[in-house]
Ligand binder design. Structure first.
Ligand SMILES: [Zn+2]
Length: 97
């Protein structure tokens, strides 16, 4: 029998979303506790390669902003103690160990 470990984190454990430019490797950390102006992330602020707005017009700023906001809202909801009938955790990969 093969044992398989699973790893979980609480939504409140997420402090920030990290963006790492695959071209120039500049790293930006977006705290989930703050409102983010994702329009500043349409391109890499260092090398200006496209990040959230692709040359063909496809954009991803709404999805990134919603993801950060929902993590923050969910964390606050769970921390309020009003929803104490369950525990909610996010399962994360164990790859790379
Ligand atoms: Zn870059």
């Amino acid at each position: 029998m093969k044992n398989q470990l699973k790893r979980f984190i609480d939504p409140g454990d997420v402090l920030a979303v990290r963006i790492d430019c695959k071209h120039c490797h500049v790293v930006i950390s977006l705290p989930v506790s703050k409102d983010i102006d994702v329009n500043k992330l349409l391109v890499c602020p260092y090398c200006t390669r496209p990040w959230l707005r692709l040359p063909d017009g496809i954009t991803g700023e709404v999805q990134v902003k919603q993801c950060i906001r929902e993590i923050s809202v969910l964390s606050e909801m769970l921390a309020s103690g009003r929803f104490n009938g369950f525990a909610l955790q996010l399962e994360i990969t164990t790859d790379g160990e």
